[in-house]
Write a protein that binds this ligand. Structure first.
Ligand SMILES: [Zn+2]
Length: 408
C-alpha cells in the first residue's frame, strides 16, 4: 500500500502494518465521500485538513498537484526507459547468438566478426551494471559516542575502558571494550516511559513506529535569533502549507541547526557547568506538542537537533510529558538535518534494545529516495546508454547478416 510520500521509496517503508491502515485516508473511494468541510483532497497521495492547515493550503493545492503528477510521470518514464534498455539489450544478445551460430556454420570470417561483436556486447553489459549515483543517498543523523559526547548536566558520560587490545597468546589479534553511559546522552531515544508511567519502554516500541517518512521542519533562522526559541504550531502549519500535506504518519524532525555548535558544551547547552538552571537552547513549545497529539494522526516520532524536546529553561518538561504520554517517542541530539530534504526521505531510527529502558543510544539514518530522480542522474544514465556499444553492435550485426544473405 502506498501512502503520501516519495514515489521512489523503498517498499518496506510503505508496507503498512495493520495498525497503520486507515481506510479513510488510503481508500480513494472513501476519501471522495468524506466530509468536504473537514478535508479538501489534493490528489490520491496528498490532502489538506481545513481544520488545521489554514488558507495557505488551498493556494498550494494546484501547484502541488502538478508537482505530484510530474513526479508520477517521471517515475513511469524512468521505469519505462529501464525496461526498454533491458529489452533492447536482450534482443541484441539474441540476434548475436543466432547470428554467431549461422556465421560459424557458413563462413569463418563472419563468425569472427560475430564473436568480436558479441564480446563487445558483453563488455557493454558489464559496464552498464556498474553502480551509479542512482543509488539512494544515505545520511547518518547520529553523533559518534566518545569522550566529547554531550550529556545532560550530571548524567553519566560515555566511558569506554579497554578490556583487551593486541596479540593474544595464541597468535591472533583481539580487541574488546566495556562501555558505560547514561541512556540519555548523545543521539538518543526518549522512550514514552521516560516521562509517562506505564507507557512503552525502549524494547516495547514497535518497529513500524521506528521506520517512516521524515518530515524536516526548518526553524533554524528563528532559533538563531533567539536561543530560547520554542517551536510553534505556525512553524508546522506553514510547512504543511508549503508542501500541501500534513505531518501524519511522519517521523517529524525540527531543524534548529544547533548541531553546528556540537561538541562545544557551552555553545550547545548554554553552559558548561553542571547547573541545569543555566541551560539555554531551543525546543518544542508545550502548546505545539499538545496540538500535534490533538490534531495529527500517527505521528511516529518527534525529534530535533538539540539536547531536549523541551527548551533549555524548561522546568516542567511539558512537551516531553505530552508527547511521551501519547506513546510518541522522542529523538534528541540529531545531526545532519540540514542535509535532508524537507519531505521525501525515509528515516530508520533503531535504538539499543534495552529491556525496560527509558531510552537509549540510537542509530538514526535517512534514505533520500529522491536522489534517483535528480537531473544529474538522468543525464548520467542517458550518457551511459548513449556510450554503450549496443547501437554500433546492432549495425555490425545487420551488415554481417546482409553479407551472409548476399553470399547465400
Ligand atoms: Zn532524553
Amino acid at each position: 500500500m502506498r501512502r503520501h510520500g516519495p514515489l521512489s521509496a523503498p517498499p518496506l517503508v510503505w508496507t503498512a502494518a495493520e495498525e497503520d491502515v486507515d481506510l479513510e485516508t488510503t481508500d480513494p473511494a472513501r476519501r471522495r465521500h468524506s466530509d468536504p468541510h473537514r478535508r479538501r483532497w489534493v490528489s490520491p497521495h496528498y490532502y489538506c485538513s481545513s481544520q488545521t492547515t489554514s488558507n495557505t493550503c488551498a493556494s498550494y493545492n494546484d501547484k502541488r498537484k502538478k508537482v505530484v503528477y510530474c513526479r508520477v510521470l517521471l517515475t513511469r518514464v524512468h521505469s519505462l526507459r529501464t525496461q526498454l534498455t533491458l529489452a533492447f539489450s536482450r534482443a541484441v544478445t539474441a540476434v548475436f547468438s543466432v547470428f554467431s551460430i549461422f556465421a560459424f556454420l557458413s563462413v569463418y570470417a563472419d563468425a569472427m566478426l560475430a564473436a568480436v561483436a558479441f564480446l563487445l556486447f558483453c563488455v557493454s553489459e558489464s559496464v552498464r551494471s556498474f553502480p551509479t549515483t542512482e543509488q539512494p543517498k544515505l545520511i547518518d543523523l547520529t553523533y559518534p559516542l566518545n569522550n566529547e559526547t554531550i550529556y545532560w548536566p550530571g548524567a553519566q558520560t560515555f566511558r569506554h575502558p579497554e578490556v583487551f587490545a593486541g596479540e593474544t597468546e595464541n597468535g591472533y589479534y583481539y580487541s574488546a571494550y566495556n562501555f558505560l553511559s547514561a541512556e540519555h546522552g548523545g543521539t538518543h531515544l526518549d522512550a514514552p516511559i521516560h516521562f509517562a508511567e506505564g507507557k512503552e519502554t525502549t524494547d516495547q516500541i514497535s518497529l513500524q513506529r521506528m521506520i517512516g517518512e521524515g518530515c524536516v521542519i526548518d526553524v533554524s533562522r528563528k532559533a538563531d535569533a533567539d536561543r530560547d526559541y520554542q517551536i510553534t504550531v505556525t512553524d508546522i502549519t506553514d510547512w504543511e502549507g508549503r508542501h500541501g500535506r500534513t505531518i501524519d504518519h511522519c517521523i517529524v524532525m525540527f531543524r534548529t541547526d544547533w548541531s553546528k555548535r556540537w561538541p562545544d558544551r557551552k555553545a550547545y547547552l548554554g553552559t558548561d557547568e553542571m547547573n541545569v538552571t543555566l541551560l539555554h537552547f531551543p525546543g518544542i513549545h508545550p502548546t505545539t506538542a499538545k496540538w500535534i497529539v490533538d490534531n495529527r494522526r500517527l505521528v511516529k516520532m518527534v525529534g530535533l537537533d538539540t539536547a531536549s524536546l523541551d527548551y533549555g529553561p524548561s522546568t516542567l518538561f511539558e512537551t516531553h510529558r505530552t508527547l511521551l504520554g501519547q506513546n510518541i517517542p522522542g529523538l534528541e541530539n540529531l545531526m545532519n538535518l540540514d542535509k535532508l530534504p524537507e519531505v521525501g526521505a525515509n528515516v530508520i531510527a533503531l535504538p539499543m534494545k534495552i529491556e525496560g529502558g527509558s531510552g537509549g543510544p540510537i542509530r538514526v539514518i535517512a534514505i533520500d529516495g529522491q536522489t534517483g530522480y535528480s537531473r544529474c542522474d538522468r543525464l548520467q544514465s542517458a550518457a551511459l546508454f548513449a556510450s554503450s556499444p549496443s547501437l554500433p553492435l546492432f549495425c555490425i550485426s545487420l551488415i554481417a547478416s546482409l553479407c551472409l544473405f548476399t553470399r547465400a
